[in-house]
Design a protein around this ligand. Structure first.
Ligand code: SAM
Ligand code: SF4
Ligand code: F3S
Length: 464
């Protein structure tokens, strides 16, 4: 029986696509290998969003090149670093097929094909459906073939990891926004919305598995523009899609009780979307609303197409309509031209919104994007500004979470706590972690837990 190994970097889109490809291997009778050293085929799913991410992956490719040499019993291979593989080939060569997919594979396709001959297949973001042929070629011992990356993107029918309680459901692919710092539109192409019926079909399949929570994903879910073949040929916008999903889950008595979505571009977040969330309990009271920066001047240079005031007004409307909402965000510091006054604007915006948590980065120039040609701030300045934002966010996270101690909340139980095997770990509707004592039979179900204390960024609680 053949075995596969996945190493996935990057965002939820990559996690979903790795899971979708993994389903193909499982359907063909392959088994997951815990280690790349002894797998028949290894997939590295890559990300280009920051240079640091790409450098880490290039380092890993060097390691995989050594691994391939050991597996092919070639002289000069660094067997010491790869003891498990050296042991595995004791009786003779057992070649490894190496596949590189994802955004770096798309961005550096030609350079990978030319300068990294040890990579057997370079699978760009539009070509992942070719995995069925790759599997056949490995099974039949055929030589690697060149992959055509010129086709239209295809959504997989299912993207759940085997046995998962939570999963991502892609509803869109690509991005039309061209924020001046961002590589995504270049590696993922233009926006494409998945038809409503396909999304509902996947949700039905997931409900029959162990899935209890789904997150609808896309680079800008608010510009979803799909069609429904069943009811009418009318276009369905994002608010319409959320409503159809809520109705469908209710009509089918689905065991999926939580629906989340990410990411939302603030410029496209309509009042209709706010209304559906307020109306439908199945849609979580948690919104990830990336602001990127709190200064209108920086937002303009970033081509975000909203002002600080418009963002704050949107937050005001959301909080007025959904008072229990928790907001999370992405913030980027040190964009070209950012001044100290701009930094103060960002800190001030954070104090007004009080995010529950945030993904925070310092700006990283990406080749081929407009911002990479602008005059750059010194990297120490970028890092120091990021640190100030992180310090403030830590205070806010503590403050926001502390407010909820004493309340009783619904929790999706995800597994046994790593730190204390006698405890279970779950997550709340607001996407916080909570540990509590309960029987393992509760794993995979929803329970009510009273929050008794906050320890770091994890709640502790008592099962009710
Ligand atoms: N579509 C999402 C949005 O508009 O908010 C963003 C998706 S991007 C995959 C995730 C985050 O990476 C962004 O929100 C941004 O904060 C960060 N990011 C993107 N390009 C970056 C760059 N060049 N340097 C640093 N961070 C970057
Ligand atoms: Fe990148 Fe902007 Fe598109 Fe998000 S909306 S993926 S930040 S270009
Ligand atoms: Fe990275 Fe591609 Fe996602 S660049 S963040 S994996 S869309």
């Amino acid at each position: 029986m053949k075995t596969y190994f996945f190493e996935t970097y990057g965002c939820e889109m990559n996690i979903a696509e790795s899971a979708a490809v993994e389903q193909l291997f499982i359907a063909r009778g392959w088994k997951k290998s815990e280690s790349a050293q002894t797998a028949d085929l290894a997939v590295i799913n890559t990300c280009s969003i920051r240079e640091t991410a790409e450098n880490r992956i290039l380092g890993r490719l060097g390691w995989f090149s050594g691994l391939k040499a050991v597996r092919e019993c070639r002289p000069g291979a660094k067997a010491k670093m790869l003891e498990e593989a050296a042991e595995y080939v004791r009786d003779g060569a057992k070649p490894l097929t190496l596949v590189v997919m994802g955004c770096m594979a798309e961005r550096l396709l030609q350079s990978f094909q030319k300068d990294y001959p040890f990579i057997d297949y370079v699978v760009g973001t539009y070509a992942k459906h070719h995995f069925a042929e790759i599997i056949s070629a490995v099974e039949e011992g055929r030589k690697p073939f060149q992959i055509d990356d010129s086709e239209q993107y295809r959504f997989a029918s299912i993207s759940a990891e085997p046995g998962a309680f939570s999963t991502f459901v892609p509803i869109m692919h690509g991005c039309n926004n061209f924020c001046t710092y961002c590589i995504v539109p270049y590696v993922r192409g233009r926006e494409l919305s998945r038809p409503v019926d396909e999304i509902l079909n996947e949700i039905d399949l997931l409900g029959k598995m162990k899935v209890r929570e789904i997150t609808l994903i896309g680079q800008n879910v608010n510009s979803y523009h799909g069609t429904s073949t069943k009811a009418s040929a009318d276009d369905v916008n994002f608010a319409g899609l959320l409503q159809k999903i809520a109705d469908h889950l209710r009509d089918t008595s689905s065991p999926i009780k939580w629906v989340r979505f990410m990411s939302s571009h603030p410029k496209d977040f309509s009042d209709d979307v706010i209304d559906v969330i307020a109306r439908e309990p199945v849609i979580c009271r948690h919104i990830h609303l990336p602001v990127q920066n709190g200064s209108t001047a920086v937002l303009k240079a970033m081509n975000r197409r909203y002002t600080r005031e418009q963002y704050l007004e949107l937050v005001g409307r959301i909080k007025a309509r959904i008072p229990e909402v928790s907001l999370t965000t992405d913030i980027m510091m040190g964009f070209p031209g950012e001044t100290e006054a701009d930094v103060e604007d960002t800190l001030d915006l954070m104090r007004q919104v009080k995010y529950e948590s945030a993904m925070m980065y310092f700006y990283n120039p990406r080749e081929g994007t407009p911002a990479a040609k602008m005059e750059q701030l010194p990297v120490e300045v970028r890092k120091e500004r990021l640190q100030r934002v992180i310090d403030l966010q830590l205070e806010h996270t503590h403050e926001q979470m502390s407010k909820r101690v004493g309340s009783t909340v619904m929790v999706l139980v995800e597994g046994v706590s790593r730190d204390d095997k006698t405890e279970l770990l779950g997550q709340t509707e607001q996407h916080e972690k909570i540990a509590f004592k309960a029987d393992k039979s509760k794993i995979g179900s929803f329970v009510n837990v009273k929050i008794t204390e906050l320890s770091g960024n994890t709640f502790r609680g008592e099962l009710q």
